[in-house]
Ligand binder design. Structure first.
Ligand code: NAP
Length: 249
């Protein structure tokens, strides 16, 4: 059983907590918000201890409430608060923060010298699989026309960061992205490969934020299966899993 401390209990963190609590091989031991006075979530929605990272002595807390891994869905500055304790205790880290600076990322990579660390700005299994599959198809069919379609709710102002990431991974520029803003669509991404006599469409639809938790659980299990420290992207873990699976087949 892997014991986990979850950092961040906002929109994403609450959905992630739901998933982690439902997994039989994972135990969500405690949750840290930025500030929190009580040891328990007063809303009653969660029976796990909730602490304020700004208000506790983390080393003392970890001595009394040890965990194997931290999962971070808070903000970019939190890693500076727990990083050295994580390093000292060689805890695993799955961080999903999308807005790290280059300096933050360099620091997180340095944590990978002592601990098993995964950092990824898009943590859903589906999108990461879509990117991998699209790269594979592009590799074997370099002359196909490729377009990226993204659809989101009416008020989303900017081009989807995920669509831009897909474009970057296929060495395309943003001009290959078509954006549609319609009603309440949560998030649809599609990569269309045009061949002379056939068309291939790879598509992904977001349904609920719980998908972030499924991705975090996948990353935790993949890190736990490794013995050496290291810094990984989600794609590294996915590739490793596929290699192991295919070699076994
Ligand atoms: N990689 C992905 O696919 C993915 C997907 C979704 C979200 N995210 C990332 O997850 C993060 C949270 O998103 P959200 O939509 O859930 O935001 P949110 O609703 O604003 O929630 C943020 C949560 O983090 C806590 N927090 C912020 N700074 C903290 C600190 N220094 N120490 C401890 N806790 C801290 C907040 O504490 P309080 O409750 O005390 O305010 C709050 O609980 C963002 O960075 C976002 O980029 C990534």
């Amino acid at each position: 059983m892997l014991k986990i401390g979850l950092i961040g209990y906002g929109k994403a963190g609450q959905a992630v907590a739901n998933v982690l609590q439902a997994e039989p091989d994972l135990e969500l031991s405690w949750i840290a918000r930025r500030t929190h006075q009580n040891a328990f979530d007063e809303s009653g929605a969660c029976s796990i201890p909730v602490i304020g990272l700004d208000q506790i002595d983390l080393a003392n807390w970890l001595d009394k409430h040890p965990v194997d891994a931290l999962v971070d869905f808070s903000g970019p500055e939190a890693v500076r608060q727990y990083g050295e304790e994580l390093r000292r205790r060689r805890l695993m880290l799955v961080t999903a923060i999308s807005a790290y600076s280059d300096a933050d990322l360099a620091y997180i990579q340095s944590l990978g010298e002592d601990a098993r660390v995964m950092s990824c700005p898009n943590i859903t299994l589906g999108i990461n699989f879509l990117i991998l599959a699209a790269r594979l198809l592009r590799e074997i069919a370099p002359h196909a026309d490729i377009a990226i379609l993204e659809e989101h709710f009416r008020d989303k102002p900017e081009v989807s960061g995920t669509a831009r990431k897909i474009a970057e991974s296929l060495e395309l520029d943003d001009a290959n992205i078509t954006s549609l803003r319609l009603g309440g669509i949560v998030g649809h991404h599609e990569v269309v490969f045009g061949f002379p006599y056939q068309t291939v469409r790879l598509s992904h639809d977001s349904i609920r934020r719980e998908a972030f938790g499924t991705g975090a659980a996948f990353a935790l299990r993949e890190l736990a299966a490794r013995t050496e420290p290291g810094y990984f992207s989600f794609e590294d873990l996915l590739m490793q899993r596929l290699r192991t699976q295919w070699l076994r087949a």
